[in-house]
Ligand binder design. Structure first.
Ligand SMILES: N[C@@H](CCC(=O)N[C@@H](CS)C(=O)NCC(=O)O)C(=O)O
Length: 243
């Protein structure tokens, strides 16, 4: 036990294999390993919003860089985003993956964008989990079957299934946002940050605007516009810059 503690205490960023492939120019700053995809931009938007100094590293998933041993040493699930915070709990470095967990960590670290009141905190987390477990996976599958390789499949039932489920989820958001500026009323939160990029991507890059009847909605489009008007969101959508 004592030996373990001594080892942890001595750890610096250089002890994390990911830094051999993506070296830290500023080892005192939080390191972000990402790409501006709907999951990746959650963290760049959050980091821009909170103003914490950080160093972004581009992980090119089209070149399978997230499956390299160096990346897998930080995220065994082989997917962006991941972070390494040199100043984690007790001042020790902390590595994290899973975009929702990273958002919660950054919110707790800075006391921003997650309500402090316990009941409201859990309510906000419900919507973060709703994005993580439903919006992201369903919209992502619709992207595959509507825009990417799955488009060629003759059998349209998978596409239709994810289209219907995506539409249904947009309806849930529509109801939640009726009479609200943000998902948590006047509190812009990590629930919005988690979800904005996915809705933008669904109707933009995935080209699914018509098939999910986006223009029949009122509150979701207005919320999206409000979100996209935030300067930190605009900056975050382009970080790390694609090579
Ligand atoms: N549940 C994960 C999902 C992350 C994820 O799916 N990342 C995608 C990009 S948006 C990725 O890295 N894909 C690369 C691959 O699968 O090869 C999270 O939220 O962090």
């Amino acid at each position: 036990m004592a030996a373990f503690h001594a080892r942890v205490a001595m750890m610096s960023l250089a002890d994390f294999p990911i830094t051999t492939r993506w070296p830290a120019q500023h080892p005192d700053r939080l390191q972000l390993y990402s790409l501006p995809t709907p999951n990746g931009v959650k963290e760049s938007i959050m980091l821009e919003e909170i103003g914490l100094p950080y160093e972004p590293h581009l992980v090119d998933i089209s070149k399978n860089e997230s499956w390299t041993p160096e990346f897998l040493s930080l995220n065994p699930n082989g997917k962006i985003p991941a972070i390494l915070d040199p100043d984690g709990p007790d001042g020790k470095p902390l590595g994290l993956f899973e975009s929702g967990a990273i958002l919660v960590y950054l919110a707790d670290k800075t006391g921003k964008f997650l309500p402090a009141d316990p009941a409201r905190r859990y309510e906000a987390l419900v919507w973060v989990f709703f994005q993580m477990a439903s919006v992201g996976p369903m919209f992502g599958q619709l992207g595959f079957f509507h825009k990417f390789a799955g488009r060629e499949y003759e059998d349209k039932r998978p596409r239709d299934r994810y289209r219907d489920e995506s539409k249904r989820l947009l309806g849930v958001l529509e109801t939640r946002l009726a009479g609200r500026q943000w998902i948590m009323d006047d509190d812009y939160s990590i629930a919005d940050i988690a979800t904005l990029g996915w809705v933008r991507n669904l109707i933009g890059f995935y080209g699914a605007r018509e098939i999910v009847d986006f223009d029949s909605l009122k509150h979701v489009p207005a919320w999206l516009e409000r979100g996209l008007a935030r300067p930190a969101v605009q900056r975050g959508l382009d970080i790390p810059k694609r090579g």
